[in-house]
Write a protein that binds this ligand. Structure first.
Ligand SMILES: C[S@@+](CC[C@H](N)C(=O)[O-])C[C@H]1O[C@@H](n2cnc3c(N)ncnc32)[C@H](O)[C@@H]1O
Length: 290
């Protein structure tokens, strides 16, 4: 199955990284305290942190003990999160008073960053279909001091029509070989099954967005059937790809015998061996026309 991804630049370096330990990253949660102060507290406990190109994100270079055992973790001053997962949120560019929908929200990493960036001043609906995951997200939001309306519902059943200026769809996906050791046994049928759900969700996002509204679509898979092919479907609905100068490698403009529109290059792919150990990721900014 991995041979399918030979399009990855420096493919052998990518393969080599699969067998290595994944680096750990944290986000400093400024909804609970001052960034410099929190970093100092961790350093005083013997942690070594390295800053990343992303605001609030640090790589853990040395950890004398488990992060989850720290009072700073329990009190919500820090959140364990890979920086890849922050990229769609920065691309969404949330502002105070924005009314935002996060269509597939649990465990809440992206929703909580949205509220960190707006100092809890956006009106955020965090939707999660799975009751257990939705409940867990409530606890996480309380710990992190995040204000959001949690809706435990299938996003496809939401009653909204052209109501949001900004929607985030971090779609359920088949994962990738970097974070899922069972990935190797995935089949094309698994990818197609996921794609069917992703297409339904992206169509629903189109219906719920206001004209001129922005959708950020993302996944943590490298699979073109769940990324570029889904974006191609989004274009057929009327969405346009926005050239938002995103961080990452250009998405594919062709795969096997299939050519994608050239604007696909404005969607981005993240690869751990190229991008500071960040986990594999795909994201794209789409606009609904007037
Ligand atoms: C990739 S995870 C989201 C991760 C999350 N955005 C974060 O950053 O912490 C996808 C989530 O979507 C949920 N989900 C799947 N289908 C859904 C649907 N139809 N409506 C709402 N949530 C759904 C899954 O249960 C899962 O929690």
């Amino acid at each position: 199955m991995l041979d399918r991804y030979k399009f990855i630049p420096k493919y052998n370096d990518f393969l080599r990284l699969l067998n290595q330990k994944r680096p750990l990253f944290i986000r400093v949660n400024t909804l609970r305290g001052d960034e410099e102060f929190i970093v100092k507290m961790l350093e005083n406990r013997g942690f070594e942190l390295e800053s990343t190109p992303l605001k609030y994100f640090y790589k853990i270079k040395k950890a004398p003990f488990h992060l989850q055992a720290l009072p700073e973790y329990i009190l919500g001053l820090i959140y364990i999160q890979n920086p890849s997962s922050a990229l769609p949120v920065f691309a969404l560019s949330p502002r105070k008073k924005d009314i935002i929908l996060d269509m597939a929200a649990a465990p809440g990493g992206k929703s909580s960053l949205i509220q960190q960036l707006t100092n809890n001043q956006s009106i955020l609906y965090s939707v999660e279909k799975d009751p257990f995951r939705a409940k867990k997200m409530r606890f996480i939001f309380d710990r992190l001091n995040v204000r959001a309306v949690i809706i435990n519902e299938d996003a496809l059943k939401l009653p909204f029509k052209e109501e949001f200026k900004k929607i985030l769809l971090d779609a359920p996906c088949s994962a990738n070989p970097y974070i899922d050791k069972t990935f190797i046994s995935k089949t094309i049928e698994d990818f197609i099954n996921r794609q069917t759900i992703q297409k339904q969700l992206i169509k629903k996002a189109y219906e719920m967005l206001k004209p001129n509204g922005i959708l950020v679509y993302s996944t943590c898979t490298l699979e073109p059937l769940e990324n570029e092919f889904v974006i191609e479907y989004a274009l057929s609905l009327g969405f346009k790809i926005v050239n938002a100068n995103l961080f990452g490698e250009p998405a594919l403009t062709s795969f096997e015998n299939h050519e994608f529109p050239k604007e696909m290059q404005y969607c981005k792919r993240i690869y751990p061996h190229i991008h500071y150990g960040f986990e594999p990721f795909f994201y794209c900014v789409l606009k609904k026309p007037k």
